[in-house]
Design a protein around this ligand. Structure first.
Ligand SMILES: [Zn+2]
Length: 232
């Protein structure tokens, strides 16, 4: 017997996929919402009362594979469903999560979004949170931003659209380090008195742009350690 073609494989996956089977009514489900593109059902293994799973009716495994129209429709409806579920469950808040890939807890080869009603102190998602130091964040930020920027630009180009002005942001980190290396007096001021440095920013739009959204306290600590390390 010949090996199955990719199309035949895909068909076999759909035959067995629990969410496709729910859509075909082969598995009973507690439906919360359905239209021509998406469905929302109560989770059979809920993390909290009212835990709802939203998924596209067509079989798509991962977020990037979902057609734009279905995707935007699903997010619009999810926003509404979130409010409805929260009110119905008298919950204080909602967690919305997408598990993408097995390591993240995706249990089926079908894209799903989870809406979980939350209350203060409910203890959900408490374990396994790893503390990341400000230094580690600084180290991760530049490569991550560069990667994201490249992907965003690529996606815009593929869609035949002009990419937004994101280049500048990707270089922000590098520009910043160059500036601090070239101007040790600025670096010293940040280290010694981040508050005072913050107060001079409004008078200098270029600096203000470069330091926009940055936690100066963290930066000061980072530079302090870095300077100490360089002198060692
Ligand atoms: Zn499926």
């Amino acid at each position: 017997m010949a090996d199955p073609t990719p199309e035949e494989q895909e068909e076999m996956i759909k035959q067995q996929c629990p969410f496709c089977r729910i859509n075909r009514k082969e598995i009973p489900s507690k439906d919360v919402y359905a239209d021509d593109k998406i469905m929302a059902v109560l989770d059979i293994n809920p993390a909290a009362k009212g835990h709802t799973v939203v998924f596209p009716k067509d079989h798509h495994m991962l977020l990037p594979q979902i057609p734009y129209e279905t995707f935007s429709h699903m997010f619009r409806k999810t926003a509404k469903l979130c409010g409805v579920v929260r009110k119905a469950m008298l919950a204080q808040g909602m967690s919305i999560f997408i598990a993408s890939g097995g390591a993240a807890g995706q249990q089926a080869y079908h894209f799903t979004m989870h809406l979980i009603p939350r209350d203060k102190g409910d203890g959900l998602f408490q374990s396994g949170i790893k503390k990341i130091t400000p230094e580690e964040i600084m180290k991760l930020k530049a490569p991550l931003m560069q990667h994201i920027t490249a992907r965003v630009v690529q996606a815009y180009k593929q869609a035949g659209k002009q990419p937004p002005n994101v280049k500048q942001q990707a270089n922000q980190e590098e520009q910043l380090m160059n500036l601090l290396n070239a101007n040790p007096q600025i670096r010293d001021l940040i280290i010694q008195d981040p508050e005072k440095f913050k107060s001079i920013l409004p008078q200098n739009p270029q600096l203000a742009q470069l330091f926009d959204g940055m936690n100066l306290e963290e930066l000061a600590n980072f530079l302090k350690k870095k300077t100490a390390g360089d002198q060692r």
